[in-house]
Design a protein around this ligand. Structure first.
Ligand SMILES: [Zn+2]
Length: 205
């Protein structure tokens, strides 16, 4: 089947008339766009025929007349407007081809960057969660007894855990629920952040 037959097979003049803004009544009649028509005198169905000016044809010639196109241009317009996915046989120019390849490569590159970012972000999140778990453990394990409270003998791991838990919770919340910018802000400082907590941990261990 050639392109024209394929189009006519799936798009009627009636479809096209409605699509391009003509009001088609229940009898399949509409005001003729090709002569000064007051009352609907054009019959639209698979083909069209005007009883006023005798305009007549199929969907291709209908679109040609409406938009002042040649047959091929009309066919391409219908294919594009109705998303028919029919091969128009239109050849890509060298410039279009290069542009398509360039955009493709750029997207590929952006995708890779994005993926790498997400991997790093996940690592950051995981490490921070580990540190948080350690602090939770410390908080439990080193909770001072009454006696220790009274003698002020409080394990530094306990106070360190208490001191940093909320801050870590906050960062994790940003990573989980923040918008892109907030997440990126934390991400930028991920190495310092992790270094900082790791240092604190070794200091009190
Ligand atoms: Zn007419």
């Amino acid at each position: 089947m050639n392109m024209f037959l394929e189009i006519k097979d799936v798009v009627s003049v009636r479809d096209a008339a409605s699509f391009y803004g003509l009001k088609v009544n229940n009898n399949g009649m509409c005001v003729c766009p090709f002569h000064a028509d007051k009352n609907p005198s054009m019959k639209v169905d698979k083909r069209f025929h005007c009883f006023g000016c005798n305009a007549d044809g199929d969907v291709i010639s209908f679109v040609q007349l409406m938009f002042n196109l040649n047959a091929k241009e009309a066919a391409i317009k219908i294919i594009e407007d109705f998303h028919l996915g029919i091969d128009t046989g239109r050849k890509e120019t060298e410039t279009q081809k290069n542009k398509r390849i360039r955009i493709g490569k750029k997207k590929e590159y952006e995708k890779k960057i994005r993926e790498a970012y997400l991997v790093e972000l996940k690592k950051f999140h995981n490490r921070l969660s580990e540190i948080q778990r350690l602090f939770f453990e410390w908080e439990k394990k080193f909770t001072p007894s009454m006696e220790q409270w009274e003698t002020n003998f409080i394990d530094r791991r306990y106070s360190t855990a208490l001191y940093f838990e909320n801050r870590i919770e906050y960062i994790l919340d940003v990573l989980d629920y923040g918008d892109d910018e907030e997440i990126y802000e934390e991400y930028k400082h991920r190495e310092e952040t992790i270094d900082y907590y790791e240092r604190k941990i070794t200091e009190v261990k």
